[in-house]
Design a protein around this ligand. Sequence first.
Ligand SMILES: [Mg+2]
Length: 224
Amino acid sequence: MSKNSTPETVAFFDLDRTLISINSGFDYAMYELKQGRISWLQFLRATGWMSLYHLSLIDMPRVFGEAVRHYRGIHVDELREITADFFEKHVTPTIQPGARRTLEEHREKGHQLVLLTASSPYMSELAVDALDLDDWIANRFPTDERGLLRGCFERPMCYGPGKVHRARYWARRRGVDLEGAYFYTDSYTDLPMLKRVDHPRVVNPDPRLRREALRQGWPIEDWS
Ligand SMILES: [Mg+2]
């Protein structure tokens, strides 16, 4: 059996603008605004940050930390419930046709399908269910003994080089070899993880990542 067809082979998938066509963080902020749970000011700050984030112009962990602080004191079950409602209405319809196709191809080869995303654990659990994935790696938000969010996140952030760190840690804990691994993403900020895997796959990429993929000779896929 070749290395690429052993059950140990892992295929990692980014969520926003890869498996789904939207940036769920932006749309979630919009949803929170409409439900009156955040103010216009908070919305503009969150979304303004997000557009900067896509241009890789900001110190993402610092900005992310400010956004996460907003949730301090909220019970994790409440956040789960809100996210489930949001996911059903706004995320499920945006699953990309190419995502289902590609996941099925990997599944048939016996690969492990793992979500690798900067989004929340609550969003990740729902995405794993909706797409029948094997596991998820995402940001984690510590709670106190009552289940109330502390308003912070575990470091390093699951973003940029942090995704490599998290993927390695995940693989070590499960005794999985990352040799022969795949990673699918749309974003230039995921360059560290793309460079770490044997099979980098670029999906409907942002302009910077498209240029980089052409330079590196990486396959570019259209999942829309
Ligand atoms: Mg993305």
